[in-house]
Write a protein that binds this ligand. Structure first.
Ligand code: ADE
Length: 245
């Protein structure tokens, strides 16, 4: 996958992209991330990327021209017009979830634009942006951190990035439920032992316990997820047990 990141603050990406899975994914050439400084495409000597809003009001609006030029610069030569999925990070966008990450992980080329200030000239959005995405119902200072969140969520789903496919399949949200609790050595920590079943070697029982714990967490922390989790008869029985307990 190729990701072009259009930003006014390229330095914000340097360190987060140099560690852990994102670093390995780039080293293994599973992902190529190209950072484009929008300010390099401004037209005046002051490198103005924003201007005041028509109609008045506070805040500044990101200008369309530098964004279009920056977008053009990230296209492969001779492929003008073929730009993959163009995404604008903005608190006014659709909220991302694991399904969004799965869908975007199938794309070959993403262009992610980090919005700033009061917004982006709507004519640019209407003509060049395929989707506007938000990472949640809160306002950050800009789209850089949201872009990193999106890139992280998408890249770990690209085949080969996470070693054991298993650890993705068991993720919270992957199957519509939150993840079950995990334990590692030592068996006893500050007087608390690990659940006995995990030492039993009985894989059916372990799977049942994990499913029940996933249901319990979801019921306690995110009950609204249960309605769309595609629960089976066995799950409903486990939920009844939990409610009685
Ligand atoms: N920019 C500022 N806040 C944001 C959010 N919650 N999601 C995406 N982009 C943003």
């Amino acid at each position: 996958m190729k990701i072009d990141l259009l930003t006014l603050f390229p330095e914000m990406f340097v360190s987060p992209l140099q560690f852990s899975l994102l670093k390995k994914a780039q080293e293994k050439k599973l992902v190529e991330i190209n950072i484009v400084n929008i300010r390099d495409f401004t037209l005046d000597k002051h490198k103005t990327a924003d201007d005041s809003p028509f109609g008045g009001g506070s805040g500044m609006v990101m200008k369309a021209e530098p964004l279009i030029m920056a977008l053009g610069s990230s296209l492969p030569a001779g492929k003008a017009g073929v730009k993959g999925q163009v995404i604008l990070m903005t608190p006014s966008g659709k909220k991302i979830d694991q399904e969004t990450a799965k869908r975007l992980a199938r794309e070959k080329h993403l262009t992610i634009i980090c919005g700033h200030y009061e917004g982006v000239d709507q004519r640019f959005v209407d003509k060049y942006v395929d989707e506007e995405l938000s990472i949640g119902d809160y306002v950050l200072t800009g789209g850089e951190l949201p872009a990193l969140v999106l890139i992280d969520a998408v890249c770990r789903l690209i085949p080969g990035v996470v070693k054991e496919a298993d650890s993705i399949v068991n993720d919270s949200f992957y199957n519509g439920l939150l993840d079950y609790p995990s334990y590692t050595r030592p068996e006893e920590f500050e007087g608390i032992k690990i659940p006995e079943v995990l030492k039993s070697g009985n894989h059916r029982e372990i799977a049942r316990w994990r499913r029940k714990e996933a249901l319990k967490r979801t019921l306690l922390n995110r009950p609204e997820l249960l309605a769309s989790a595609g629960l089976k008869e066995e799950d409903k029985k486990l939920l009844e047990e939990l409610i009685l307990e």
